[in-house]
Ligand binder design. Structure first.
Ligand SMILES: Nc1ncnc2c1ncn2[C@@H]1O[C@H](COP(=O)(O)OP(=O)(O)O)[C@@H](O)[C@H]1O
Ligand SMILES: [Mg+2]
Length: 329
């Protein structure tokens, strides 16, 4: 299925040197003479490979180093040490041949001109890449239809909704038909409908063009629907690299047990707490978060104690697992 290695990252490290500000006047005066610097290692000895056509989720808590990594892979930042090649190019050498084959979309930044209608802004982007106008128009027509913004092409970028603007940004990123896409929070702040549309679009794009995609997102729904594989980074270093399903196997230490019973409401909280954390309790349902290795024993005990109409055993949502993994930081 997956083809040749497209992204190859070896020991990539990025340390920022930042001026350390001390509070107070005395410190400010002192700093005129001698400045204190602080080293922040944003990315620490990161290695991974991505094959052609893969759609990889790049996860980690805030400040983990995701954006810094993507910026290095897009050639916007030089690494402090380590190597990377994307499509055979070293990104920070900024070869024209590379520029024409990848795109970086930063959800928190915009690349379109605010004071132009979207279509003109896109046309300008196309010209920067030397794409013939007719070709750009065709691509814009096609992509805007897929993203359901064809009626918004004449609207000034500044007047577009956040969702509409992000879709236009996405179109701008794809005008030159990149083979590799770095998407940094492309759905951030979007309403649920736009999020879904963007997701569907990305899935379709990846499937039909075999575009290799590295995606960061705060929304686990994006990752769950799009990515078989996730690379998780924490404090600059790789924490996990594997299938999303494995994250659940490896890190979920609980399951959710739902008991349907007419006596559900009569169980005391204290009693239920012996089996696990009570997540929900209504007239007919008790939902417990139970340690994985106790699930069977707990189900047996509850079957003895109550008139049980039905039992559901589910995995804890990935979203919660990730939150638990990093919640304490
Ligand atoms: N230009 C910069 N100068 C100094 N520190 C930076 C700079 N960019 C990022 N950092 C720091 O590097 C770390 C990683 O940041 P970032 O890559 O943006 O994380 P993420 O995208 O995973 O939230 C953070 O501690 C951040 O404050
Ligand atoms: Mg970021």
């Amino acid at each position: 299925m997956a083809g040749e290695t497209v992204i190859n990252v070896r020991g990539l490290t990025k340390t920022f040197r930042t001026f350390k500000k001390q509070p107070g006047l005395k410190a400010a005066l002192k700093s005129l003479v001698r400045r204190d610097y602080e080293q922040v290692t944003a990315v620490r000895d990161v290695s991974f490979e991505v094959r052609e056509g893969e759609f990889v989720g790049f996860l980690g808590p805030n400040g983990a180093g995701k954006t810094t990594t993507l910026k290095m892979l897009a050639g916007l930042l030089y690494p402090s040490s380590g190597e990377a090649t994307v499509l055979g190019f070293t990104p920070w050498e900024r070869a024209d041949g590379y520029r024409r084959q990848f795109a970086l979309l930063l959800g928190q930044k915009n690349q379109l001109w605010w004071d132009l209608p979207a279509s003109e802004s896109l046309a300008l982007n196309a010209r920067i890449y030397g794409i013939p106008a007719f070709e750009a128009q065709r691509t814009v027509g096609e992509l805007s239809q897929l993203l359901d913004v064809q009626k918004k092409l004449d609207v000034m970028v500044r007047e577009l909704s956040l969702g509409e603007r992000m879709k236009m940004e996405l179109i701008a990123s794809l005008l030159h038909g990149p083979r590799v896409l770095f998407l940094d929070e492309p759905t951030i702040g979007l309403d649920v409908v736009s999020q879904k549309k963007v997701r569907e679009f990305l899935r379709h794009h990846n499937a039909t063009r075999r575009t290799t995609i590295l995606l960061t997102s705060h929304y686990m729904a994006d990752i769950e629907e799009l990515c078989d594989r996730v690379v998780i980074i924490d404090r600059g270093a790789i924490f996990f690299d594997g299938r999303l399903a494995e994250v659940i196997d490896r890190f979920a230490d609980h399951k959710l047990v739902t008991i349907h019973s007419p006596e559900a409401a009569t169980c005391s909280k204290e009693h239920l707490a012996r089996y696990g954390e009570v997540v929900d309790q209504t007239e007919e349902v008790v939902k417990l978060k139970v340690k994985r290795d106790r699930v069977i024993a707990v189900c047996k005990a509850l079957l003895d104690e109550l008139t049980v109409k039905d039992i559901d055993i589910e995995e804890v949502p990935v979203e919660e697992i990730i939150r638990q993994l990093f919640g304490s930081r």
